[in-house]
Design a protein around this ligand. Structure first.
Ligand code: AMP
Length: 249
């Protein structure tokens, strides 16, 4: 079985996002970019299935600018086998990405897609759901536990107030949550080896996909500054302020 893992290049999770002065988006020039953390978890899950002898190949795919090959190389250094870069400088919205991924799934003949539950840049949480709908496949979102038993996938989902246990028949799309695993760090020898692993570059047009945007971002604004706090002298004063000023009691 081949596992396809879509990985997205995003602003590094530890870099504070700054809104562009013209409010058209977030500053991405000259800032550290990394693999989306949820995608790293999906790569780790796929590699573990391969190490357990349950998958033959782990293929990474990223859609975006040429620099997205960096995140593919990171995943190859973690242990994936090969990568596909769908190179495009366009604004690739979730529906466009889902259509591109569907075309790759069909080209590669994969029957399991493991992906992040959301990309931390747009927080869309849409691509996996759209991909499974386009393919007509089973889906399990927000997975915190995953076991493969033949053609059945046992998935545990994090839902409000608890856990949901699902049995899915392959083929399936699974989106992963934070608690599924702790991704490994790539070792230096593996980073060197990854440079020689195959990485194919294609264009959206090679897959016959129209990636025209379906919505327009009107404005991006930073969160409002928080007002400074005040120190109170006593519990009585606090209760008084909560009653008369905050009006919460
Ligand atoms: P989103 O729906 O944008 O929150 O993204 C959810 C997941 O879809 C990500 O964790 C990735 O696995 C995948 N994905 C989204 N955009 C891309 C992209 N441009 N290239 C590859 N994978 C992507």
């Amino acid at each position: 079985m081949k596992i396809l893992v879509p990985v997205k290049r995003v602003l590094d999770a530890y870099v504070p996002a700054r809104v562009k002065p013209d409010h058209s988006g977030v500053v991405l020039d000259n800032v550290k970019m990394s693999m989306n953390p949820f995608c790293e978890i999906a790569v780790e899950a796929a590699i573990r299935l391969k190490e357990a002898g349950q998958a033959a190949e782990v293929i990474l795919v990223s859609a975006g600018p040429a620099k997205s090959q960096d995140v593919i190389r990171t995943g190859l250094a973690m242990g994936a086998d090969r990568g596909i870069l769908i190179q495009s400088d366009d604004d690739l919205q979730p529906l466009a990405v889902a259509k591109l991924l569907k075309a790759v799934v069909e080209k590669e003949g994969t029957n399991l897609v493991l992906m992040g539950k959301q990309a931390i840049d747009g927080d869309n949480n849409q691509t996996g759901q759209m991909l499974s709908a386009l393919l007509g496949w089973a889906q399990a979102t927000f997975c915190s536990k995953l076991e493969l038993a033949g053609e059945t996938l046992k998935a545990t989902r994090e839902v409000d107030g608890g856990l949901e246990h699902l049995d899915l028949n392959l083929p399936a799309v699974v989106t992963v949550d934070l608690r599924l695993n702790e991704p490994r760090y790539a070792t230096l020898p593996n980073i060197m080896k990854a440079k020689k692993k195959p990485l194919e570059t294609i264009a959206p047009a090679d897959l016959g996909v129209d990636v025209a945007p379906r919505f327009k971002t009107l404005k991006v604004t930073p969160p409002a500054d928080r007002a400074a706090g005040v120190k109170v002298g006593s519990a009585a004063e606090l209760v008084e302020k909560l009653r008369s000023e905050a009006k919460v009691i």
